[in-house]
Structures are given as structure tokens and as C-alpha cells.
Design a protein around this ligand. Structure first.
Ligand code: 0X9
Ligand code: ZN
Length: 420
């Protein structure tokens, strides 16, 4: 049986007669050496005697818990690398529970709250909701995915729409909106809303609300927003982060993205170099029934469609008309401005260009509210905006499902006015 010691800082471990200091609070808010700004990791490290433990302390890694053949500690990404090099690391996991929104924005979902909300949806609605993960982030968080439909065992035979949120860390509204639209959709189904019941029966709906969980958590980790955008890849030059919306593999690196790792629009070392974009690619390719995709971002109140990497309009006139018709129709509801993405600025490697260019999926990017920075609050518009943004995007949300069977139907006469 393991005996355990929780070390109080600077207390010398004099002998192996291990003592238990019941001081769990001190552990939870441990004064570990990793700086507040850096991500902290829980570390399980090989060590069987005081000499090996001293070696760990010599590395600058404070030991918190000692067991017979390992110790537990908390440290930085750099510590993880040091330990790996010495073959001492048994396990590590990012600390998830220290992060949260500032109290006034507490209504937004952090990673664990999102996980809880998705689990609850799946547990309470097993007949229409399945929860799984399409992969893991750089730091090992799950990339959660909800599949929604009746007859889940066979729903991959139905036409599907994919909604994705949270590619950019600081765009927290782009995570909460797809989650809340999904909750509203399920409530409407339970209350017998005929249109929603019909969509539930005839479509498969996929939601990946948090495409960049590491970035989102990092942005809120200190209780003060960091204005972080990228994921949390440690780059070769020691800087952090790849812009996931520059990392998709269609016309990657052809303009509007940077090859400097320190930059906010860093494209990454190769197309799909990041586990987050790679997971999405693998998922979409395997799925095979997705015809429409909507990637939520913030802010500016825009509806964007391909191309983003090129100033030219897409060459297939029929496809272009579908994009234009859909964008214009949805703009009647949310009042966002429809335009080709490169009208905003050229950017290569975004989700929508890849989805359309490589998968022939009609893919849109929404830049949600607000429309201007309101004194710098563009990415952090507060809690009160959420219900309005959900409400104004409800019709576009359903519309994106409705035409999944055949997006070309929107070109039929009067199609924009809800054909069901
Ligand atoms: O730059 C982006 O990735 C998106 N805007 S954001 O403010 N959310 O960062 C817009 C992407 C639209 N695509 C192109 N302009 N290509
Ligand atoms: Zn964005």
C-alpha cells in the first residue's frame, strides 16, 4: 500500500517514514513554480528515493506528493519537456480546473462546463443525442462532438450539416452560441415543434462547439482575458500557437497568413499540422454525408462564403449562386452582411475554403455580434448579448439543416422562404 506525503514547501523530506499532511486546499491552489501566465500541468514523475527526488527539485520542479516509486508535481510545458528528455515522465495532464471567466462573464462556458453541458444533453436525450470526441487537442483535451437525430443507429444515411465553434480562443461567443442553439433545438423537439421534429427525423446534425479548447482555456486561465487567438502548440522558436483558421489544407499558405510562428495568423509548419484541424478533417472525410457547414467566429456581423484565399469568385456559377442565395437569405434573419470572404481580406487555410474546395461542402463563416468594437469590447461583449445572438441565428441554424439534402434546392423559386 502506498503511503503518501504532501510536502509543504521548503519542508525537507528527512526520511522515508512518510507522513500525511491533510492539506488538500493547499494542493488545489498550490503555489507551484509555473508562472500564472503559463499553462500548468499535473505531473507524475518516476522517483524511488531521495536522490532521485532531489534531481527533480534540482530541475526546479517542486514535489507535492511522494509515493514509493513516483512523485506528483505541477509544472510548466518546459518542465514536461525536461522530464521527457530524461525519460522520467510517467504521465502529465493539463490542469483544467484553475481556469475560469471573470465573474461578470461567468455565464459563458469554460471547457469543463461545456463538457458537463454536453454530457447532460446526451444523458437526458439518449434517443436523439450522442456525444463522442473526434480527437484531442495539443494539450490533450477532448474535441467534443454531438450527433443529433432520431434513429441514431442509422442516421448517417441522412443528409447532414456540421456546425463548428471556437476555432479562435478569444471568440467565446462562438462557442456558447452553437451550444445554446443546440439546447434550444432539443427543447423545441421535446415540445413538439413540427418543423424541428421534421428536421430531427430527416437530418443528421453535427455540433463541434469548441474546436480550440486549449486556446479558450488559456484565454481565461488567469481570470483576466488574454486576447489569445491561436491554439497552444509550442512552436520551434519557443513561441506558442498556430492559427487554426490558417491551418486547413486547401491552398494553404497562399496569402493572408504568416509563416512566422510568433504571429497571430501563423499558418503552422504544414497543412493540417495541428491535431485540432487534423481531427476535423478526418471526421468530415469519414462522415461522408455532410453537405453544409457553418463555422462560428466573432465579431463583425458578417456572413462569409468562399473563396477566402483568392479575390476571384468561385468559378462554378451554379455553386456561386447557391452561396449567394443562402447568404442573402440568412442575412434577412440575422441582419449580418453577406460577402465573399476575401472581400474582408484574403486569408488562406480557413475552414470554409477547405470544406468547399476539397470536400465540396457548402461552407459559411459567421462573424457574430457585435458589429463594432464598442470601445474594445468586440471579443468580450459581456453576458447580455448571448440571448439576442442566439435568437437572431435561430432561423439560419434551421435553414442550414433544411437544405442539407440538396443545397441546389435554394435556387428553386421561392426557396428562401422555408419550404417545409
Ligand atoms: O481571419 C479569420 O480567420 C476570420 N475572422 S476573425 O476575426 N474571426 O479572425 C475570418 C475568416 C474569413 N476568411 C477569409 N477572409 N478568408
Ligand atoms: Zn475567428
Amino acid at each position: 500500500m502506498y503511503k503518501l506525503i504532501m510536502k509543504i514547501r521548503n519542508l525537507a523530506v528527512a526520511s522515508l517514514s512518510l507522513v500525511l499532511f491533510v492539506h488538500m486546499g493547499a494542493l488545489a491552489h498550490s503555489s507551484h513554480s509555473a508562472q500564472q501566465d503559463e499553462l500548468s500541468y499535473w505531473l507524475k514523475i518516476k522517483a524511488t528515493n531521495k536522490y532521485e527526488r532531489t534531481e527533480i527539485e534540482d530541475l526546479g520542479i517542486p514535489i507535492e506528493v511522494i509515493k514509493d516509486d513516483y512523485v506528483i508535481s505541477y509544472g510548466s510545458q518546459e518542465n514536461v519537456e525536461q522530464l521527457k528528455k530524461r525519460n522520467l515522465l510517467i504521465a502529465s495532464s493539463p490542469l483544467l480546473s484553475l481556469s475560469d471567466f471573470p465573474p461578470e462573464d461567468g455565464i459563458y462556458h469554460n471547457y469543463s462546463e461545456m463538457q458537463e453541458a454536453l454530457t447532460k444533453l446526451a444523458e437526458e436525450n439518449p434517443d436523439i443525442v450522442a456525444l463522442d470526441s473526434i480527437g484531442k487537442s495539443v494539450e490533450g483535451r477532448e474535441l467534443w462532438h454531438l450527433r443529433i437525430s432520431t434513429d441514431l443507429a442509422n442516421s448517417n444515411q441522412k443528409p447532414a450539416t456540421l456546425f463548428v465553434g471556437g476555432h479562435h480562443a478569444r471568440e467565446h461567443l462562438s462557442i456558447d452560441v452553437p451550444l445554446r442553439l443546440t439546447q434550444k433545438f432539443i427543447e423545441a423537439y421535446r415540445s413538439g415543434d413540427a418543423r424541428v421534429v421534421r428536421l430531427m427525423e430527416t437530418r443528421e446534425i453535427h455540433i463541434i462547439p469548441m474546436a480550440n479548447p486549449d486556446g479558450a482555456e488559456f484565454d481565461i486561465a488567469t481570470g483576466r482575458y488574454k486576447m489569445w487567438r491561436k491554439n497552444r502548440r509550442q512552436n520551434k522558436d519557443g513561441s506558442y500557437g498556430v492559427d487554426l483558421n490558417r491551418n486547413y489544407g486547401y491552398q494553404w499558405g497562399t496569402g493572408g497568413s504568416s509563416n512566422s510562428p510568433r504571429h497571430d495568423t501563423y499558418m503552422g509548419p504544414a497543412p493540417f499540422s495541428e491535431p485540432e484541424t487534423q481531427a476535423l478533417k478526418t471526421f468530415v472525410e469519414k462522415q461522408n454525408n455532410i453537405n453544409l457547414l457553418l463555422s462560428f467566429h466573432t465579431y463583425s456581423e458578417l456572413i462569409l462564403y468562399p473563396w477566402g484565399h483568392n479575390y476571384n469568385p468561385i468559378s462554378d456559377i451554379k455553386d456561386l449562386n447557391v452561396f449567394k442565395k443562402m447568404a442573402e437569405t440568412m442575412s434577412q434573419w440575422n441582419k449580418y452582411t453577406p460577402m465573399q470572404a476575401s472581400e474582408l481580406y484574403k486569408a488562406s487555410g480557413d475552414t470554409a475554403d477547405w470544406a468547399y474546395g476539397a470536400q465540396h461542402i457548402f461552407a459559411f463563416t459567421f462573424e457574430l455580434d457585435p458589429t463594432n468594437t464598442l470601445g474594445g469590447a468586440g471579443f468580450y461583449p459581456g453576458p447580455h448579448i448571448i440571448p439576442t445572438v442566439v435568437q437572431k441565428n435561430w432561423e439560419p441554424f434551421l435553414y442550414m439543416m433544411e437544405y442539407a439534402d440538396n443545397p441546389y434546392r435554394v435556387l428553386e423559386f421561392n426557396s428562401g422562404l422555408l419550404s417545409f
